[in-house]
Design a protein around this ligand. Sequence first.
Ligand code: PGA
Length: 261
Amino acid sequence: MRKYLIAGNWKMNLTVQEGKQFLIDIKDQINSFHNVEILVCPPYTHLDSLSRLAQGSNICIGSQDVSTESNGAYTGEISTDMLSELNCKYCIIGHSERRQYHQESDQLINKKLTKLLATNISPILCVGESLADRESDQTFDVIKRQLTNAFNSINKDTVNIQNLVIAYEPVWAIGTGKVATPFQGQEVHSFIRNLLKETLSDELADHIQILYGGSVNPANIEDLIKQEDIDGALIGGSSLKSDTFLSIIKSSSQVYELSKS
Ligand code: PGA
């Protein structure tokens, strides 16, 4: 059974001091949750101190983005080497806020994915349809296009492809309080898993974790994560307070234990 991944995407929130306090608050309380991998993706400025603080615990630290380039005159950018040096284990790419506010194209996201797969950092590739896409019955077409373009020149033999994580985040559910129903989530997740089978292999499709993101909170996580193809969550708002984040981790861990028995 795939291990669950519960990931917090802090976006542009919390100061370094607040971030450190958050980690201190959860660190000693999560040691019993071995069946859930816990990830926090703070702003770049927090990575160094939070990575140090997380050492020896089962909290991983990840980045919210990365450059397509290795080094050079790219003002404001951060490279994979810089992230590796700070022990980043994961990196989010293709988040809908990057696509929307920074005009990130599928082609650019493909470059970031390629770059990350050449390292030991696991990419968390985000895909998701807008409300207009869903209302015009375009959901599956949009997901297929985003994934196919992101996978351009990437195949089952690509080095480190087994590190890939996908996050399905319907844009209409992000930060809106309108969560996808477990049925809507499962439907798209199983569609994605089938696409992974076609594009990569049965084995990889079975191994790759597919997270759900969009208004996840302690009240809805249980029903979402019970779905066969939902292997965790990418959480914005509810990852900013240690007690709500902990409560999501705890529920996920309980569901995992129950589904194994
Ligand atoms: P949300 O954000 O949980 O606040 O909806 C999720 C995300 O953008 O990853």
